[in-house]
Design a protein around this ligand. Structure first.
Ligand code: ATP
Ligand code: MG
Length: 435
């Protein structure tokens, strides 16, 4: 016989957390939905049942008086005042497993092919960056297969780098080259806010079959709701974290972080945040480090990350570019002038920097890279004179040397899209140039 202690039972009842389990839609304003009658936390997923009783997933993004504000993760079709809202008590997660290799996922991590995913580990989209004291130091070089980067802007395994460029200067092509040639176990590639046409283009042209085999693509194109575009970046980061926890060497690529910032701006403005610099709301600048601090080294594996930044009107000091440069460990600048001269990849080595190169490259390599930069800078300073024919050989020793080496350096920096290379080769070639 079970004996019940009434007092204890009452205590348990009092301790129980109570929550309303069903609310109703009261208002829809622009992108937001106000709901009465439920309690939920920011980031919690709720389901709205539309008039045909089909569930539309939404996320809690804020509160207004006693109501919660939701944003849809799908299409807002058939939502009307009075529709039933049920909180799930859970934040968004993504199912991770080896089965993801070679697959294309939507912004919330669901495969876009028809095959369902089997067993997997659920990773939260929003999680904390690794403990700063437990992060291993960056010591090993990450070979990217792009000569200009390996030679002049050597990247370390676990480094986070920004690729800054105006539109159509070669960001996606450069990412594709790195994805194919870099020595990583897995590439997680987030295509955020791209035009729909570009996704297949990137997969077939830039990545190719070879690159796709060890890649996982998360894509949230520009037509998807702002919240899905934002989540796409977090989904890719969570998948990269899963593989890092398995001890893998992961490369995470995000094209582009500007569109991620724009999605957060859209959300911020919709829930009533004040616009600040260039219409970007304060939460955008809070969100950027929260996203980008999650990559890098952990105590188990590494995420080497490349974030592209689309600089509007080639203004490299616009607010997002500025904020991203401050967070990352290096930036690669692609120049329209170089692209116009058919100099590809259009990496402006003098304006780019890898903050870790001095720690991970050997002395001979550093000396050679520094000498080549000096020569390029000297040449650029006198380029107008040289082109005009106004410079007479022999009048300045430094310019003479720069002229002598210029073609060698430019040939070194230029690389065809399908031309293979690796770090050792690039380092040796650069050192030999000056020996
Ligand atoms: N390494 C390269 N070698 C030869 N051509 C290149 C190279 N990189 C880029 N290009 C040329 O530049 C064009 C644009 O490149 P890409 O699509 O990579 O630019 P993007 O910066 O990603 O553009 P968007 O801003 O539209 O996303 C390509 O179609 C190609 O013709
Ligand atoms: Mg592109």
């Amino acid at each position: 016989m079970i004996s019940l202690n009434f007092k204890e039972l009452m205590k348990k009842v009092e301790e129980c957390s109570t929550a309303y389990i069903e609310g109703v839609v009261s208002k829809v304003i622009g992108l937001t939905i106000e709901v009465e009658g439920i309690k939920a936390f920011v980031g919690e997923v709720c389901k709205i049942y539309n008039e045909k009783n089909v569930a539309v997933e939404c996320e809690v993004v804020g509160f207004r008086e006693n109501n919660i504000i939701l944003m849809p993760l799908g299409e807002l079709i058939g939502i009307a005042p009075g529709c039933k809202v049920v909180p799930t008590g859970k934040p968004l997660t993504v199912k991770c497993s080896e089965e993801l290799f070679g697959r294309v996922l939507d912004g919330l991590g669901k495969p876009l092919d028809d095959k369902v995913l089997g067993e997997g580990n659920y990773y939260k989209l929003d999680s904390d960056p690794p403990d700063p004291l437990k992060r291993r130091r960056i010591k090993n070089v990450m070979s990217t297969g792009v000569r200009a980067i390996d030679g002049f802007l050597t990247c370390g395994e676990g480094q986070r780098i920004g690729i800054f460029a105006g539109s159509g200067v070669g960001k996606s092509t450069t990412l594709g080259m790195i994805a194919r040639e870099a020595q990583a176990d897995v590439n997680v590639i987030a295509l955020i806010g791209e035009r729909g046409r570009e996704v297949l283009d990137f997969i077939e042209k830039d990545l190719g079959e070879e690159g796709m085999k060890k890649s996982i693509i998360v894509c949230a194109t520009s037509d998807r709701p702002a919240l899905v575009r934002l989540k796409g970046a977090f989904t890719a980061t969570a998948i990269a974290e899963y593989f890092r926890d398995q001890g893998k060497k992961v490369i995470l690529m995000m094209d582009s972080v500007t569109r991620f910032a724009m999605a957060q701006r859209e959300i911020g403005l919709a829930i009533g945040e004040p616009p600040a610099t260039k219409g970007y709301t304060p939460s955008v600048f809070a969100m950027l480090p929260r996203l980008m601090e999650r990559s890098g080294m952990s105590d188990r594996g590494s995420i080497t990350a490349f974030y592209t930044v689309l600089v509007d009107g080639d203004d490299f000091n616009e607010p997002i570019a500025d904020a991203v440069r401050g967070i990352l460990d290096g930036h690669i600048v692609l120049s329209r002038d170089l692209a116009a001269k058919n100099h590809y990849p259009a990496i402006d080595t003098l304006k780019s920097i890898s903050r870790l190169m001095s720690e991970i490259a050997d002395d001979d390599h550093k000396q050679a890279a520094s000498a080549a930069r000096d020569l390029l800078a000297t040449y650029n300073d006198s380029e107008d004179l040289i082109n005009l024919g106004a410079y007479v050989r022999g009048s300045n020793k430094k310019i003479d040397i720069a002229l002598h080496y210029h073609d060698y350096i430019i040939n070194y920096l230029r690389q065809g899209i399908n031309e293979k290379s690796n770090f050792e080769e690039s380092r040796n070639k650069l050192v030999q140039m000056f020996s």
